[in-house]
Design a protein around this ligand. Sequence first.
Ligand code: HEC
Length: 77
Amino acid sequence: MSPFFRGILMTSVLLLEAVTLSWGAGQDVLRPRVPHDQIEAARAVTNPLPASDEMIAKGKMLFEGKAFCKACHGVDG
Ligand code: HEC
């Protein structure tokens, strides 16, 4: 096999592996975290904090900052 075709082959294998690996990681991120038998209890939880302007501003700061929520949920939640 010529070095040129071997190069093409190696690049193809590496690209395929990169796509496969990133797809696998993406699937794990989207895996449901709440067990099926606890989903109703989780949905019944209400926010104990007041929806004041100050609280919302603090939540926004966390959501977009160190709490890392934006990474998965995007800017609009
Ligand atoms: C690693 C990715 C990831 C990060 C980071 C993340 N979430 Fe989530 N979030 C998810 C996924 C996936 C679900 C759906 C879970 C399920 O179906 O069990 C979810 C569900 C939720 C829900 C329920 C939405 C609904 O309609 O039922 C809320 C609320 C939520 N996330 C808030 C947050 C907040 C607040 C943060 C930051 C503290 C955060 N998430 C960080 C991935 C993420």
